[in-house]
Write a protein that binds this ligand. Structure first.
Ligand code: HEM
Length: 398
């Protein structure tokens, strides 16, 4: 049986999404994804796309056969920790990071996150309309991060600029080499920026995440500076855009489904379930990728050693074997074991934080702006790399 020590090519998320029919860009990817579930595994050139829940689990849970090592390309010159590392090293990183993003840690952020949502809503609530993406969804998750990292509000633009340079370099019309050059240049700036802040925290520790990083480095001698910089880089790329994308998908849905919106307004206790169901329905990270260390059979297809397996999370989240009535958005779903945060050892580090941000955003928004619609004449469209509405316009009566 053939074996491979390293993937043949790295994966750029923009090309990944474009390569399987653009479900991230479709206004309604659910019917296509639902149809893909029945097909199980589909060959796409050298890669295999898996769509059912069973095949998604089989891929994500078999960490020795399906690797994440050194796979995703985001302009980084250091490895992506923990995203691009396999066990056993991965286990040590997660053992350090998991407690820092635990439900208890997130509880402590409740008041801060609530204040940040309201600070943004204050800026447009009396106007009766907003560009939800630009004025709220793009900024709020980055501002939560500022707080966690102990950085002041004035640094918001810096974080947002880093995020854009890494995840939305230039525009899609640019050549891939030009976009990669922007990513690499931004990555250099990100490493230098966090290196300087980590120096500051080493000299004068505070009650923030970066000070904990530095003390873990010095007290326990476990992590080198380059490892900490890699972690900072991944937190920036994994933690900001994903919540932004989710918010744009959620509010685009709610603005077009007044029954679901009213349910949230009338019974805010439903919000926790609504967040899970909207994560399942929208699956803002539509797919994740692995590479096969050996030839592997998946649902009647064989992925050869060194080639990619793409896990279509959006389809797995519509599998009738797991979800009764998969094409219905039901806030009263009692069991909702969706894969929007992935699965297996690389399951999202920030799921508790993400859920809390989304719940608080829905709660505070609907408390203050219960009735809203898409702005007149505006039509929703989605852009990759994740599922994202780039210009969501909302209106309400004042
Ligand atoms: C709704 C928002 C979010 C969604 C939908 C999401 C989704 C995901 C998914 C699907 C993965 C698995 C990637 C893979 O298997 O290759 C992942 C991993 C990860 N996420 Fe999230 N994420 C969200 C928010 C966050 C936040 C707020 C953070 C900040 C801490 C974060 C940090 C990470 C990290 C560090 C990983 C890599 C974990 C590992 O490799 O062990 N995510 N996320």
């Amino acid at each position: 049986m053939a074996q491979a020590d390293h993937p043949v090519t790295k994966v750029d998320f923009v090309n990944l999404v474009a390569s399987f029919g653009g479900t991230a860009t479709s206004t309604q990817p659910q019917p296509v994804n639902h149809a893909l579930v029945e097909r199980g595994a589909v060959r796409l050139g050298d890669a295999v796309l898996v769509n059912s829940r069973a095949l998604a689990d089989a891929t994500l849970r078999n960490r020795s056969l399906f690797s994440s090592e050194d796979l995703v390309e985001q302009g980084n010159t250091l490895p992506l920790i923990p995203l691009g590392i396999d066990p056993p090293d991965h286990t040590a990183y997660r053992r350090f990071l998991d407690p820092l993003f635990s439900p208890r840690r997130v509880d402590a952020l409740e008041a801060d996150i609530t204040a940040r949502v309201n600070r943004f809503v204050d800026t447009f609530v009396d106007r009766g309309s907003c560009d939800f993406t630009a004025e709220f969804a793009e900024l709020f998750p980055s501002s939560v991060f500022l707080g966690m990292l102990g950085l002041p509000w004035e640094e918001l633009g810096t974080l947002v600029g880093f995020r854009d340079g890494l995840l939305r370099p230039g525009d899609l019309a640019m050549r891939p080499e030009e976009r990669s050059a922007i990513q690499r240049d931004t990555a250099r700036q990100v490493y230098a920026y966090f290196d300087a802040v980590l120096d500051q925290r080493a000299a004068a520790p505070r009650d923030d995440l970066l000070s904990l990083f530095v003390s873990a480095q010095t007290a326990e001698g476990r992590f080198r500076r380059d490892e900490l910089l890699s972690i900072c880089f991944v937190l920036l790329t994994a933690g900001l855009d994903t919540v932004t994308d989710s918010l744009t998908c959620f509010f685009a849905f709610l603005a077009q489904h007044p029954g679901h919106r009213r349910r949230i307004v009338q019974d805010p206790d439903v919000i926790a379930n609504a967040v899970e169901e909207l994560l399942r329905w929208e699956t803002p990270v539509p797919s994740v990728v692995r590479w096969a260390r050996q030839d592997a059979a998946l649902g009647g297809e064989t992925v050869e050693a060194g080639h990619h397996v793409m896990v279509n999370l959006g389809a797995a989240n519509l599998d009738p074997a797991e979800f009764p009535d998969p094409l219905e958005v039901r806030f009263d779903r009692e069991v909702n074991r969706h894969l929007a945060f992935g699965g297996g050892v690389h399951r999202c580090l920030g799921s508790h934080l993400a859920r809390r941000e989304l719940r608080i955003a829905l709660r505070e928004w609907h408390r203050r702006i219960p009735e809203y619609t898409l702005s007149p004449g505006y039509e929703v469209s989605y852009l990759p790399p994740l599922r994202y509405v780039p210009d969501l316009r909302l209106s309400w009566a004042t």
